[in-house]
Design a protein. Structure first.
Length: 194
């Protein structure tokens, strides 16, 4: 493509607000390709039931995080939907799916927009929180928010750990250890604040 033909792909149109770019067929095709790429990315990384990120996104995030090794600590929150098995058995799979959606909504509304809510699978969620000031304060705030969102029908257990990249352990191992600890020590109740 010559410089002149590249320039011809854009035309300036005068308007009351000044010059504006008018889309050419090349620009429209590029926009359509970008939108298709975004839809593909969404289908790969977004859980179709809850709209949260999924296990594939978590894996991609951990790989990127471990390779860049930021110096700032992050918080990892583990959430597990209570009574999903009983709900599925007593009320059916549709009620179980609705319970998962309701808990996901409660988790999302308890954290900031920039925090990353991930449905790890089944009834398990992970929340990645970057850029916080005080871990103990964060832990207390999240515990209060999570408790306030719960009802007898939408209960979930949760635990919060801090990952410090200065330690000689990967984020992936931290997530696995936290998940194992939650399953082993708190199978049917919420993790205490302190």
């Amino acid at each position: 493509m010559t410089e002149r033909s590249a320039i011809n792909d854009f035309s300036l149109a005068d308007s009351m607000n000044g010059p504006q770019l008018t889309e050419s067929p090349v620009l429209k095709a590029a926009q359509q390709s970008y939108e298709q790429l975004q839809k593909l990315k969404e289908s790969v990384f977004i859980d179709s039931l809850t709209g949260a990120y999924n296990r594939s996104y978590l894996s991609d995030y951990v790989t990127r995080f471990d390779s860049t090794r930021t110096k700032n600590p992050i918080a990892v929150v583990f959430c597990d939907v209570d009574n999903l098995g009983a709900t599925n058995k007593e009320k059916g799979d549709a009620a179980g799916d609705q319970l998962i959606v309701d808990v996901a909504t409660n988790i999302k509304s308890s954290v900031r927009d920039e925090d990353i809510v991930i449905r790890k699978g089944g009834d398990e969620f992970v929340v990645i929180i970057e850029d916080f000031f005080d871990f103990e304060e964060l832990k207390e705030t999240l515990s209060d928010r999570f408790e306030s969102k719960q009802t007898p029908e939408t209960r979930f257990s949760f635990g919060i750990v801090q990952y410090d990249p200065k330690q000689d352990i990967s984020l992936n191992n931290t997530i696995q250890r936290g998940n194992d600890q939650m399953r082993r020590h708190f199978p049917h109740k919420r993790i205490p604040k302190h």
